[in-house]
Design a protein around this ligand. Sequence first.
Ligand code: HEM
Length: 558
Amino acid sequence: MTSTTFSSVYDYLSPYSTFKSSTTLGFSIVCTIFLSLYWYANKTDIPYIKGIPEIPGAVPIFGHLLKLGDDHATMCERWWRKYQTSVYQIKLGNTRAVVVNSFDDVRRMLIGHQSAVIDRPTLYTFHGVISSTQGFTIGSSPWDDSTKNRRKAAGQALGRPAIRTYFDMFDLESYCVVRDFYRYSQRGGVEINVRPFIQRYALNTTLTLCYGIRMDSAYDELLREILEVGSAISLLRSASENYQDYVPAFRYLPSNEKTQRSKELRARRDKYLGYLLNKVRVMIEQGTDKPCISSAILKDQETKLTEVEVSSICLSLVSGGFETIPGTLTSCIGSLSTPEGQVFQDRAYEDIQRHYPGGTSEIWMNSFEAEKVPYVNAIVKEAARYYTVSALSLPRKTVTDIEWDGAIIPAKTMILINAQAANHDVDHFGPDADTFNPERWLTSNLDAALHNSLSALEEKPSQGIQHYSFGAGSRACSGQLIASRLLYTAVIRILSCYKIIASEAEPPNTDYVDYNQFKSALVAIPRDFKVRLVPRQGVEIDGILREAENRTKNYYQE
Ligand code: HEM
């Protein structure tokens, strides 16, 4: 035996060598475990996408979630400017997402690649817990045949030809808004918060469409329950409120309040959706049902949709409008009530009178049939752009690879459209992009137009998509036509009766980020404020309301 071999055998047999090798083994095991954990903590559903910059500072397990804070859209907008790249990738826990910020890049993504970004991602809390009983809303459904059919049915119910059949509803609901402004402000003597009346406006519209049911009181118990549950669910859809969607370990924590809360909300929502659908069934039996989506489908006059699909459509329409419309219209009233906004009100009123010289009755009768007054259209468009209530739109997911400036964004990647950033892009809207200014949508020779009794005032011809508040492309908002009509009708009726003045004690917050009191919610909820409603000189509001009451008193009576 050579000395080398002997020493190896000795090494092998000696207790010291056993210790040494077991230490090495232990060390390797610890290293392997550590590296595996590190790998697992940094792992994402889609690996790093070469050629798309990643925002620095991601940490294991959470990725960029902690850095994003509560207000994801605003942080993403800041990163765009700080790192000078409008398109970049981030990690939401275990999910990789590509964020698109500038106006032009959003157009390129949503229109240029519309078939590739037709899908929506599914999330653990919203899809797995909350939606497990009534099916997904259209806006949260991945793209498949059922979604296609539901989107088509919703498109028919909300499309241009159908809008004509809703004139009575627009007339009645917008009358109720002005009626209650009049009542609660004690004919303009008391400052009021306008939001509850606008919430009822939005909710009644979609309840009428879906179930032929409405509620007259803005403080009705069922109405408040639907609004409360809907808002709470909207909070549970946001990434900043729901780490368990992106950090799976959180789902197994013994005191997982989110799952518990989601189940409670699901039960409350099931209760009122069941109640509404049953009410339609009873009305059908008694022959008292009103024309609406669920009665048409329950009577099988329409498509071959299942009952879960009918529920999903109704749920989509109710949840599509009940926060977005109040968010936009309430904030719009806030901006109009400021000293700068009062100038816009005066010009709008002049433009309204130019189109309807016959007086307030004529204005009211024509307010829901067409959107004819350029200044009012400009106010509606600016309100939707400036207050981008759905700041991060609804997330998309790629179905096929996308070639993006030489990089390949793989299929199944989450795409986040930063509509707030695109809507305030100074490269597109100019240096005053962060100012509320309806006149950006009107002919530029406004001064000349104003000196000529506004007769030269026109809307600028639209060149493609004007803003991204309704999204764009293959999954754009199905309700945008009806939303614009609701906003237009309310604005023109309110402005024809009142001048709106901001309260000095409780003025509106008109900052396009800070107006929102819940930054983490999917849809913005404006901070509370009050306004004074000063009746317009020469307008007999009593008379206008009486006329409207007589005209609408038999609409949608149970
Ligand atoms: C000011 C009012 C509204 C705003 C700002 C708004 C905004 C949006 C946005 C940003 C999307 C996602 C678009 C995309 O991914 O490109 C969307 C989808 C949708 N909206 Fe609206 N919306 C409004 C009113 C309404 C109303 C009144 C309804 C129904 C009555 C409605 C029904 C829907 C539906 C069904 C979808 C899902 C479309 C799909 O995923 O295929 N929305 N909305």
